[in-house]
Design a protein around this ligand. Structure first.
Ligand SMILES: Nc1nc2c(c(=O)[nH]1)N[C@H]1C(S)=C(S)[C@@H](COP(=O)(O)O)O[C@H]1N2
Ligand SMILES: [Mo]
Length: 439
């Protein structure tokens, strides 16, 4: 069987598609991929051990110690854009998409090297931060054109820890599968972003009373290479745009933005699908209707307005735009598949809830029969993820799973099973890890 990683159809407009129409998605991290595919398509994330050995040209004696999706270091540097990234799993290299393995997200603040990458098009090259400009126009009293130096000079500079999660995070667990990047759990990060408030900049331009939606424009190009064709242009309602925690950011974790995370300037609109956080930002214009740029319409970043059965066909007209992301959590410590002699171990991770706060965090070691409450920290600022930890004690040697479940401040909690939808968005089902306790 051919693998699913074909180059993108020039005309496809649905979001997250990386495969061609005639192929089925699969979970090929579990299947060896051909070496021809490896070199031609560069799909290192999909390679199995046998083909990894062929690709590096010799046997890999300790290969049994590696997990699915491991990218040999000998080849990893061949993926353009991955410089400065640490151990991310590449899902696709055109466009480049890479996620962070759960235990590598353990830090309270995600280091730049471990912030996932989600690209819809081809990032700009050789960006010059000094000459970069941001235009604010559309339904404003006074259009603005600002350099990054202007932003720093004219507006208050603030720094917040903000979580960004891709709407398609968790898609790989959908059955029947949904086409698109097969994200496991790693399209989430919480970095420290420094910049100016989007709201302050919009206020300086003067928001006209008939403005209802923002529209975001950037310097990356569509995969087709067609002049003037945008890869993605999303927006948010003015109310959300005016939240003081949305940033026009020029620093990530005290340093420059990583080129793949939007250098030199990006939006960070926390709590909503990551797609609202336009990277390589060049322009924001205000509109008197819901923005209809690429990846705003059809099924892109939209879900059916009502619950649907797995596999059910839903007409485009019944889809609505995803707004706040749902409550979710991750176990980042220990890593899954650990062997331990200790009967008592510490479990820890993060939890977040879109525009809401996480209220309680629970873990179970008996497949959900009983739950114990974990210690949950307050967010360091609104829209930062919340760290949690607890100790669990296993009664005897054997195989266990630790399940984690967050509950938000409106009482919504993570489900065990996925609420299926056609494009594989919003999978907030509980995270679980495997623990083997030896005598
Ligand atoms: N210009 C531009 N901005 C973009 C994208 C893109 O492809 N181009 N992808 C969006 C999506 S779908 C997500 S989830 C986030 C991911 O941000 P990151 O790549 O910095 O992790 O960026 C968003 N901003
Ligand atoms: Mo995304």
């Amino acid at each position: 069987m051919d693998d699913q990683y074909h180059s993108v159809d020039a005309d496809q407009t649905d979001e997250e598609h990386i495969d061609s129409h005639e192929t089925q998605p699969n979970h090929s991290a579990h299947e060896p991929g051909g070496v021809a595919n490896l070199s031609r398509r560069g799909l290192l994330g999909a390679v199995g051990l046998a083909s990894a050995a062929t690709a590096v040209g010799m046997a890999i004696p300790f290969g049994r110690n590696l997990r699915d999706g491991w990218v040999p270091a000998a080849l990893a540097e061949d993926v353009p854009g991955m410089n400065g990234k640490d151990g991310l799993k590449v899902l696709n290299n055109r466009p480049l998409n890479a996620e962070t393995i759960a235990h590598m997200l353990d830090d309270p603040i995600t280091p730049t090297a471990r912030h996932f990458i989600r690209n819809n098009g081809i990032p700009p090259e050789d960006v010059d931060a000094d000459s970069w400009t941001l235009t604010i126009d559309g339904l404003v009293d006074k259009p603005l054109k600002l350099t990054i130096a202007d932003l720093k000079k004219q507006f208050e500079v603030v720094e917040y820890a903000l979580q960004v999660e891709c709407g398609g995070n968790g898609r790989s667990a959908f059955d029947p599968p949904a086409r698109g990047n097969q994200w496991s759990t790693g399209a989430i990060a919480c970095a420290k972003w420094k910049g100016v408030r989007l709201a302050d900049v919009l206020k300086a331009a003067g928001v006209k009373s008939n403005a209802v939606y923002t529209a975001h424009v950037s310097a990356d190009t569509h995969l087709s290479g067609k002049e003037g064709k945008l890869a993605i242009s999303r927006g948010v309602p003015i109310d959300k745009a005016m939240d003081p925690h949305n940033l026009i950011a020029f620093e990530q974790n005290g340093g420059p933005l990583h080129p793949m995370n939007g250098a030199p300037l990006r939006l960070v609109v926390p709590g909503w699908p990551g797609s609202c956080s336009q990277k390589w930002l060049t322009r924001i214009y205000l509109r008197d209707k819901v923005h209809d740029g690429p990846k705003m319409t059809g099924k892109a970043y939209r879900v059916p307005a009502y619950p649907v059965a797995p596999g059910q066909k839903v007409p485009n007209s019944d889809f609505e735009i995803i707004e706040s992301m749902p409550v979710k959590s991750l176990i980042t410590r220990p890593k899954t598949q650990i062997d331990t002699k200790d009967k008592t171990i510490e479990i820890g991770g993060h939890a977040w809830a879109g525009d809401r706060k996480v209220k309680t965090m629970h873990v179970s070691i008996d497949f959900g029969k009983t739950w114990q409450e974990a210690t949950l920290d307050e967010p360091v600022n609104p829209f930062a993820w919340q760290n949690w930890k607890t100790e669990v004690t296993f009664p005897q040697a054997g195989y266990y799973e630790v399940w984690a479940r967050a509950t938000d401040d409106k009482g919504d909690m993570q489900p065990f099973a996925i609420a299926w939808n056609p494009k594989g968005y919003l999978n907030n089902s509980m995270h679980r890890i495997a623990v083997r306790v030896s005598a």
